[in-house]
Design a protein. Sequence first.
Length: 152
Amino acid sequence: MLEIKENQELNVVNVLSYRGKVRQAELENVGKEMESYIQNVGAKRVGNPTTATYAVEGDTIDIELLMPIDKSIDSTDKFVYKKQIKIVNAVVACYKGHPMGLQEACNQLNQYIMERKLQPITVGYNVTKKTDMLSPEDTEIDVYVGISPNIL
């Protein structure tokens, strides 16, 4: 199931970010490394990770992985602490279903943006709201794309 909404906002405070080019298979390890660093500095993850994909080249993806945490921590050479991630005036695709259907939902979101001649100013930020390994068809993911408020 897919629902598209306009004029939405994504606002997350205290985020640990990783941005880089990795193979799909390595992404899980990056997430585990982030979790380990968060625990080692005495912080806690509060909520599900958000991802933003900037490019895909073969089996390598240029991705940003964002982990919401409970407090401010120091950045490292690999991970950057961000006080806030905020996207205003976003179009959001609220997807419910098996993760395999997410690409089609993103295609529909892009079609929606094109048909309405909206001007995207961010990549899509995938916010996982609900995931269940036992029943993956109950997955809920919101995809936020920031839209320019300018009228040209």
